[in-house]
Design a protein around this ligand. Structure first.
Ligand code: ADP
Ligand code: MG
Length: 318
């Protein structure tokens, strides 16, 4: 279905982000790519729909080189969900979902039927939600719309780049469950990037662990847990109750309130920074904002971090 043959991406600054990757993703597979910050996950994903051009090698979809597809055809047939909720703010939910079907010139009736069907599929009542604007929905609801928007024109492939990492733990778990259920029903090929091993183990048919632009191990969740190929994978799976291995930023991140927190905008951490790094930052200041590229997606206070560490300490003593 999706085949990588010796694919390398070197950025202009000679940074080798992805190094000679060989990989085959099967039709209908839920394939999770996982690894630490900067290991090349996003680069690998974006090469599939040609948002990033590869430097060497070949990527094929159904046997045909991606460079031989018409770019619009390629993009319309590949759904794409980003980490930050990226709905168009001035458009209604219905209009947001209809973007690609409209480009594909579906009829008005077909489109409104499809929008209803999709909203129902993820438990958002169409009569209640269709005409609302994104800001009238919670973060979890918006990201649910982000997911069904990617499905709207019935693409064969869906790419998801850490789609749930900006959500609170409850919405996150709920969306993971929904996505699994959805996948059972629609059987699409999903390529899902994550930096959270728990999430990867829960969702993936197979997991691909990356480090420094290379594949360290590919296997089913069971393979990875039972036979980690090296210490790196072993560490990534995590030892229970060790705060450094179970840490995910969602456990300490709170929503960012512009007014109350504007003084902290100058000091930031990235969504996939290590606990070690965040602790160092918090040793010097009361709170830091969490950014995904340039966008602020939340805030971490010293207090929420202490709560997290205390809770892990409690677990360890139980
Ligand atoms: P991940 O998604 O795993 O965090 P990325 O694919 O975003 O990793 O990045 C892989 C490597 O390539 C990193 O070292 C990053 O700094 C570098 N990189 C990413 N985008 C660019 C770019 N546009 N120009 C130069 N280097 C980049
Ligand atoms: Mg990334």
């Amino acid at each position: 279905m999706i085949a990588f043959e010796n694919v390398t991406k070197t950025y202009e600054n000679n940074q080798v982000a992805v190094n000679s990757i060989n990989l085959e993703i099967q039709k209908g597979e839920f394939f999770v790519i996982i690894g630490p910050s900067g290991c090349g996950k996003t680069t690998l994903l974006k090469m599939i729909n040609r948002l990033i051009h590869l430097t060497e090698g070949t990527i094929r979809i159904n046997g045909k080189r991606i460079s031989d597809y018409n770019i619009h055809e390629l993009r319309w047939n590949i759904g794409y969900v980003l980490q930050q909720i990226a709905l168009f703010p001035h458009m209604t939910i219905q209009e947001n979902i209809a973007v690609v079907p409209e480009m594909k010139k579906w009829s008005t009736t077909e489109i409104s039927q499809r929008v209803r069907e999709l909203l129902e599929m993820v438990g958002l009542e169409p009569d209640k939600y269709s005409e609302r604007k994104p800001k009238e929905l919670s973060g979890g609801e918006q990201q649910r719309v982000g997911v069904i928007r990617a499905l709207a024109a019935d693409p064969e492939i869906i790419l998801m780049d850490e789609p749930f990492s900006a959500l609170d733990p409850i919405s996150r778990t709920k969306l993971q469950d929904d996505l699994l259920e959805l996948q059972r029903a629609i059987q699409k090929t999903i390529v899902f990037v994550s930096h959270d091993m728990q999430e990867a183990l829960k969702l993936g048919d197979r997991i691909c662990v990356m480090k420094d632009g290379e594949i360290v191990q590919i296997g089913t969740p069971q393979d990875i847990i039972q036979n980690p190929v090296n210490d790196f994978v072993q560490k990534f799976i995590g030892i229970k109750d060790d705060p450094f291995s179970v840490f995910t930023i969602q456990q300490v991140m709170e929503p960012f309130a512009e007014k109350a927190h504007q003084n902290y905008v100058h000091s930031s951490v990235a969504v996939d920074d290590s606990l070690q790094h965040i602790l160092q930052q918090l040793a010097q200041q009361e709170c830091v904002v969490v950014k995904n590229d340039t966008e602020i997606i939340g805030i971490i206070t010293r207090q929420s971090m202490l709560h997290f560490l205390a809770s892990k300490r409690g677990d360890a003593n139980d």
